[in-house]
Design a protein around this ligand. Structure first.
Ligand SMILES: [Zn+2]
Length: 373
């Protein structure tokens, strides 16, 4: 999308986004009302069950020959992709100046969406499923029923493209410098040599076109993950099987703990990715992929600068650990992540700690818990 199109979308975005979805702890129960009021051309189907017996659904829209498969919350506590997906549904549902573009996309593509692949993890706010399995590392073993459901759909529709939606932690920044990695992407490798196959070129081209659109909205805050081959990862294996798979990671923006900006980023990434697949095929664009800067880990939730620990001057780096409390409410618990000179790090909140004296690491941990809780 060009500059004008992107800014038009930003203009109408307020009418698309449902504020009631602005929560990190997003379960199957939370999205049921939205699934029962989908636009009339969208088909909703139950496609299986989780380990604890929760339903897994698929929503299909479009009637074209190009099959696209996407899934969200494979990691149960990573809900931004689901919120961005419902923005996409609303975009297609609302009548606006993009109606001709939408018709073109729907004629060209059939878009199969699995919102919340891991409903048990979504309920419990865990990365893993109810068996403790990381679904993103279960592609070969298929020990989790959720993995079987995903691969049944994969083999049935044999998608031309897949989108694998995740959330990344606050710690990720974009090099050079220390801006937050608000969105990150990966075109997974198919072997340890990280070969650039024809299929990978297609995946890279999609990501490059997404990057072009997103840079207009969040310049310098889009990163690229290392393409080291992970033999048990979903994306790497799907790509190897010939299903071009785009990994999308929604991340942090300063002050944005509800991840509203990366929700927008996810919506835009899906829309631009699908638009590019439907209407363009410039494989040359894959060369731009390596110009997307690398992700680094140089961002924290809080830095307390220049404290004194056992007569040594250093910084405290704090990350929040997200967990559900006894009432089932999501809490951000501060925890010491690093204790050293963090001059080359940035943080959501930076505090001057001059004059603070600590005798040992334990004191620091207690002070952090008492101060930032
Ligand atoms: Zn994830």
């Amino acid at each position: 999308m060009n500059e004008k199109e992107v800014s038009s979308i930003i203009d109408i975005y307020g009418a698309i986004r449902d504020e009631n979805l602005d929560r990190r702890h997003l379960s199957l129960e939370d999205i049921k009302p939205y699934m029962s009021s989908l636009p009339k051309d969208f088909k909703l189907k139950k496609i299986g069950r989780s380990f604890e017996g929760r339903d897994i659904h698929k929503i299909v829209f479009g009637s074209g020959p190009v099959n696209i498969l996407l899934w969200t919350q494979m990691h149960g506590n990573e809900s931004t992709g689901t919120r961005g997906l419902f923005d996409l549904f609303n975009f297609f549902d609302n009548s606006n100046e993009f109606d001709p573009l939408k018709d073109q996309i729907l004629d060209k593509c059939s878009i199969h969406c699995i919102p919340i692949l891991n409903p048990d993890g979504a309920q419990a706010y865990t990365r893993v499923n109810a068996q403790g399995i990381d679904l993103n590392r279960d592609v070969i073993d298929k020990k989790a029923p959720e993995s079987v459901v995903l691969q049944e759909v994969l083999q049935k529709i044999k998608p031309d493209y897949c989108f694998n939606l995740h959330d990344q932690r606050t710690i990720f920044s974009v090099e050079p410098g220390t801006k937050t990695a608000t969105m990150s992407f990966l075109a997974p490798s198919v072997d340890v040599k990280r070969s650039i196959t024809e299929g990978r070129k297609k995946t890279m081209s999609v990501i490059s076109s997404i990057n072009r659109s997103l840079q207009q909205v969040m310049p310098g805050r889009i990163g690229r993950y290392t393409d080291e081959f992970y033999p048990t990862a979903t994306g790497d294996n799907f790509q190897k099987m010939g299903f071009n798979t785009v990994l999308i990671e929604a991340g942090h923006s300063k002050g944005d703990y509800l991840r509203k900006e990366s929700r927008l980023g996810t919506f835009l990434a899906l829309l631009e990715g699908i638009r590019f697949i439907a209407l363009e095929s410039d494989l040359d664009l894959h060369k731009d992929y390596f110009n997307i800067p690398n992700n680094e880990k140089k961002y924290l939730d809080i830095i307390v600068r220049n404290i004194n620990l056992k007569d040594e001057l250093m910084d405290i780096g704090v990350l929040f650990i997200e967990k559900l409390n006894k009432e089932g409410k999501l809490e951000f618990e501060p925890s010491v992540n690093q204790l050293r000179n963090l001059a080359d790090f940035n943080a959501d909140k930076i505090i001057e700690g001059e004059g603070l004296l600590f005798n040992d690491e334990k004191d620091v941990e207690i002070w952090v818990k008492n101060t930032f809780n």
